[in-house]
Design a protein around this ligand. Structure first.
Ligand code: BES
Ligand code: MN
Ligand code: ZN
Length: 466
């Protein structure tokens, strides 16, 4: 899809001209006003659409009236969703050229328009032998060309992340993630099993032991002279989470190829970062491995030593993400960065607490957390802060080691958070649990089912705002 900025959308020979309608109001198109609104009483409720033929009397073949709901309730976030509705409709109709005549919207919608259109135009059909030719090719709209360009790049990074997270675990292996990272044109180091051993990453390596796939610890660097700030972003990279010896039931395992969604997010961000030239140093870090119950698998009761020397009693092999992140956090804290932000499909508990529209955020610095929440909100994602009170550590106390990797069922997202905190030293840190938001089991707003690219928009915008 390509978005073309034009002055006069109705002069385009499009398959569809989309015109917007606020609830109970007229549109700027006579056909829509006469036939949809006056004759057929179309109301323009949010997300509703009405299709009209033009019988060759106009340069565009059809008019799609797009309901935006009550004008006073309309906002930038709704813009993305509304545009997505129109694009989805166009895809159903296999329309290739779609022009938008937008009128009466009281904010600069360029960014939301672009994101909504690209998110909706996404399909994952590379393994279908018969592919539907339903993508929209050209979109015409009056908008700010610079903002459209910027949003296009962010949308591209999101699609990159979605493709990776949708990729089956048989292909998206730790080695594959490493080779993708190496192809991004950044300075990248990949540590293999032996090198991780030398660095003392006993927690990460324990998780990897049950799989025949070699673990890869990936470190990508975007560097500039005199950076304003140094940030490390870490993405959980479990390429498949079977649960290990504490094996998951089939229904819970079904989507566990998505347990590297956060790694996909970090790769997505790093894939595009150079094009924006931000004056910020950014480190992208992924501890990639599979959690499998092979004959060398780590076992409940094992005691692991993380990179910082802390010992962990394995209480449940399915709480593997925090073990891999423990070593990744230690590694990131040694880089001398100002901020460490980790993302992870970490806990079912976070999904239970917040659902599939919001990610949980925790950390040790209220300003960092608040800034990330604000950036998310402005860019169509939702982060909600969860507490990291000391009491959550009570259930992680171990009789034989410094801590266990799981404790009580209750407050699972925060328990995971306080566990991670034990591996954070002298740095501002935020942890984002994307278990609920990274992978959808049914369509939601602009998204089809499957990977959403959670975190990409927020992280990129956060970096660009520094
Ligand atoms: N990858 C899962 C978390 C998850 C669950 C992500 C559902 C996406 C959707 C994680 O490794 C896990 O298994 N967590 C356990 C932790 C438990 C053993 C303390 C969980 O949430 O059940
Ligand atoms: Mn698990
Ligand atoms: Zn997991």
């Amino acid at each position: 899809m390509e978005i073309k900025v034009v002055q006069d959308a109705k002069s385009i020979e499009a398959d569809i001209l989309v015109v917007n309608q606020f609830e109970g109001e007229k549109t700027s198109n006579e056909l829509a006003n006469t036939y949809a609104i006056e004759q057929d009483n179309f109301k323009g409720k949010f997300g509703e659409t009405y299709l009209l033929p033009t019988y060759g009397k106009e340069v565009y073949k059809k008019v799609l009236v797009l309901g935006l709901g009550k004008k006073e309730e309309f906002n930038p976030n709704k813009m993305r969703e509304a545009v997505a509705k129109a694009i989805k409709k166009a895809m159903q109709m296999e329309a290739k050229k779609v022009s938008f005549l937008l009128d009466g919207i009281e904010f600069d919608y360029s960014e939301q328009f672009t994101m909504g259109a690209y998110i909706a135009d996404y399909t994952f059909d590379k393994y279908k032998s018969e592919k539907k030719d339903n993508k929209v090719q050209e979109v015409y709209v009056q908008a700010n060309a610079d903002i459209v360009k910027k949003a296009e790049k962010i949308a591209e990074a999101m699609a990159f992340a979605r493709n990776l997270a949708n990729e089956p675990a048989q292909f998206a292996t730790p080695s594959e993630l490493a080779s993708i990272a190496c192809d991004l044109g950044l300075e990248t180091i990949v540590y293999n099993r032996e090198e991780c051993e030398k660095m003392g990453m006993g927690a990460f390596l324990a998780v990897a032991r049950g799989s025949s796939q070699e673990p890869k610890f990936i470190h990508m660097k975007y560097q500039v002279d005199n950076p304003k700030k140094k940030i490390a972003i870490i993405g959980k990279g479990i390429t498949f989470d079977s649960g290990g010896l504490d094996i998951k039931p089939p229904s819970s395992m079904l989507t566990m190829k998505d347990d590297m969604s956060a790694a996909a997010c970090v790769l997505g961000v790093m894939s595009i970062i150079r094009e924006f030239h931000p004056q910020v140093e950014v480190h992208g870090i992924i501890a990639a491995c599979e959690n499998m119950p092979g004959c060398s698998a780590y076992k409940p009761g094992d005691i692991l030593t993380a990179k910082n020397g802390k010992t962990i009693e394995v209480d449940n092999t399915d709480a593997e993400g925090r073990l891999t992140l423990a070593d990744a956090l230690c590694y990131a804290c040694e880089l001398g960065v100002d901020e460490v932000i980790d993302l992870a499909t970490l806990t079912g508990a976070c999904m239970v607490a917040l659902g599939t529209n919001a990610s949980g955020i925790m950390g040790n610095d209220e300003t960092l957390i608040k800034n990330l929440i604000d950036t998310a909100e402005r860019n169509g994602e939702r982060f909600w802060q969860l507490p990291l009170w000391d009491e959550y550590f009570d259930s992680l106390k171990s009789d034989v080691a410094d801590m266990k990797n799981t404790g009580s069922r209750w407050g699972g997202a925060s328990t995971a958070g306080v566990f991670l905190q034990k591996f954070v030293k002298d740095v501002k840190w935020a942890h984002i649990d994307i278990a609920g938001t990274a992978f959808l089991d049914k369509p939601q707003k602009e998204f089809i089912k499957g990977a959403t690219g959670a975190g990409v928009r927020t992280l990129l915008n956060y970096i660009l705002e520094q």
